[in-house]
Design a protein around this ligand. Structure first.
Ligand code: GRF
Length: 195
């Protein structure tokens, strides 16, 4: 850990597979004066992930993990996390399911962001399902990761109203903006209450 104004910064690894808007928001948060975290490692399973740009731009160590063999991939992830003295992990659009091997090593220290009001709409294509079911509200959730998909303890959730004119695309854009806002807030809350 690194000292800043008397306080130790927690060392964070962010896992991504794609666009990386949540990663960008977390990096901005980590760069703020008195931020409680330092992002020291970005892990991706996708060499073409657009979010890699943010790792490079901010000179953060990037580790590519080949998932052809999941067991080997997770062994490499664990080793890399240990080598970087990672305190906790943020999943940000990481499209692989993390198995117990990693979860048990980082018990209650893995966060994920999901684009629905969990426990509703776990899994993929949330916005499409929400629209098809004519829901009035949707939102996003930051939660702890356990061995069941999108099922760990909820840290923070934000609800928004679905507009009549919303389609899958507009809704996903509006929810994404809220995701980018709440992920740093959830981290603050997580650190204050859980660490
Ligand atoms: C977000 O909608 C997140 O909730 C989901 O994957 C998407 C990642 O977006 N788990 P981005 O890569 O952070 O832009």
């Amino acid at each position: 850990m690194e000292k800043l104004s008397g306080k130790k910064k927690l060392r964070v690894s962010v896992f991504i597979s794609g666009r990386g808007t949540n990663l960008k928001s977390l990096i901005n948060f980590s760069r703020k004066k008195n931020s409680p975290i330092k992002i020291v490692l970005i892990i991706t399973n996708n060499k073409k992930a657009k979010g890699i740009y943010f790792a490079k731009k901010n000179k953060i160590k990037l580790s590519f993990i080949n998932y052809k063999n999941k067991n080997k991939a997770e062994k490499k992830i664990l080793l890399t996390l240990k080598n970087h003295y990672i305190d906790f992990i943020c999943l940000a659009g990481f499209m692989k399911i993390i198995s117990e091997k990693i979860i048990n090593n980082y018990k209650n220290k893995i966060l994920n962001i999901h684009p629905s009001l969990l426990p509703k709409y776990k899994g993929l294509n949330t916005h499409r399902r929400v629209i098809n079911n004519k829901e009035k509200f949707t939102g996003c959730t930051v939660h702890l990761v356990n061995s069941k998909l999108d099922s760990g303890k909820i840290i923070l959730q934000k609800k928004i109203k679905i507009l009549k004119k919303d389609n899958e695309n507009t809704l996903s854009n509006r929810v994404l903006k809220i995701e980018n806002l709440i992920y740093p807030l959830a981290i603050k809350k997580f650190i204050d209450f859980s660490l």
